[in-house]
Design a protein around this ligand. Structure first.
Ligand code: SF4
Length: 316
């Protein structure tokens, strides 16, 4: 990507804060980091530790082997479970295979698993709002017998469902959804089922909420938004959608090399943010490619997350 300020008319970029790594991703990445440092390669990780290509490739170079199928891990080997959470059947399979599991599931995802188990045990029917093929959804749904839970992806799904009971209804959701879309789905759900309860208001995590709030504020003052993140990252995709819903063009890019300069034609101010699984060095490199050609940089800071950290898995 070669940019020139004069040709593009670009004057300023505004970088959102908070952006990038959340406490759950920081914990998961640090876990793999420390294990590879301590025991050396190979280290098995079930599923990409976080949904970011750069992070995954960097670990692969250090001897980390990412697998989807746990049967590919040798008997008795050490294996890390990814930040997105895993279904109970995988813990069971790991136990049978005598694997040493180090669980890097984000504590906020674990909380939803616990809620699902607790409500199911109390006889509740669970409406789970999430994306069908996301590992977090797959993991939580497996905690409950299929007759006691239904997955809702859209408002249309809410109109179709016929739960077997009208009492003891609860809604849970994936942590990385769009705050606004989820609110709309839950509103319709509440209209249809007035007895519905919401244990914690909602389960969208602080990092998803803060990054979406920040991109909304950003979209008000820029002509275009660049979201750094991988296409597999749920929260990065949501950031792009949130910006677009504010009426601003937005693009998801893995890194600075993916910026198409034609996007910048007629653009005066560009907003930049990144998904919760994105290392800040990618944002820094992107920002530097602008500053090198004389573009001014500003930060738009909404919330301070610097004091939020999660404890590492007990094995560390
Ligand atoms: S986005 Fe939220 S739920 Fe996901 S790892 Fe980060 S803090 Fe945890």
């Amino acid at each position: 990507m070669i940019m020139s300020k004069s040709r593009d008319g670009l004057e300023k970029i505004i970088v959102a804060k908070p952006r990038g790594f959340c406490a759950g991703v920081e914990r998961a990445v640090r876990t793999v980091d420390l294990l590879i440092e301590k025991y050396g390669p190979p280290l098995y990780v079930r599923h990409h530790i976080v949904h970011n290509d750069h992070v995954v490739k960097r670990f692969e170079k250090r001897g980390v082997i990412f697998v989807e199928d746990l049967n590919l891990v040798p008997d008795g080997a050490r294996v890390v479970f990814s930040a997105h959470g895993s279904p109970p059947s995988l813990y069971e399979l790991a136990r049978k295979r005598h694997l040493q599991v180090i669980d890097a599931t984000c504590p906020l995802v674990t909380k939803v698993h616990s809620e699902a188990k607790r409500f199911a045990a109390d006889g509740y029917f669970i409406f789970y709002v999430g994306h069908k093929n996301h590992p977090e959804t797959i993991g939580v749904l497996e905690e409950v017998v299929p007759t006691q839970v239904v997955l809702l992806e859209t408002i249309a799904d809410v109109w179709k469902i016929q739960p077997l009971q009208q009492e003891k209804l609860v809604v849970l959701n994936q942590t990385t959804l769009s705050v606004d879309d989820t609110k709309e789905i839950i509103e319709v759900l509440k209209d249809r089922f007035p007895n519905l309860i919401m244990p914690t208001g909602r389960d969208i995590c602080y990092a998803t909420q803060n990054r979406q709030d920040a991109v909304k504020a950003l979209a008000k003052v820029v002509d275009l938004v660049l979201v750094v993140g991988s296409p597999t990252s749920s929260n990065s995709n949501r950031l792009k959608e949130v910006a677009e819903k504010q009426g601003v063009k937005a693009y998801l890019v893995n890194n600075k090399r993916e910026i198409d300069t034609t996007w910048l034609k007629g653009v005066r101010v560009v907003g930049v943010t990144s998904g919760a699984s994105v290392p800040d060095e990618l944002v820094t490199a992107l920002v530097e490619s602008f500053t090198r050609v004389g573009v001014e940089v500003e930060e738009l800071k909404l919330v301070d997350e610097s004091r939020i950290h999660f404890m590492l898995p007990k094995e560390l």
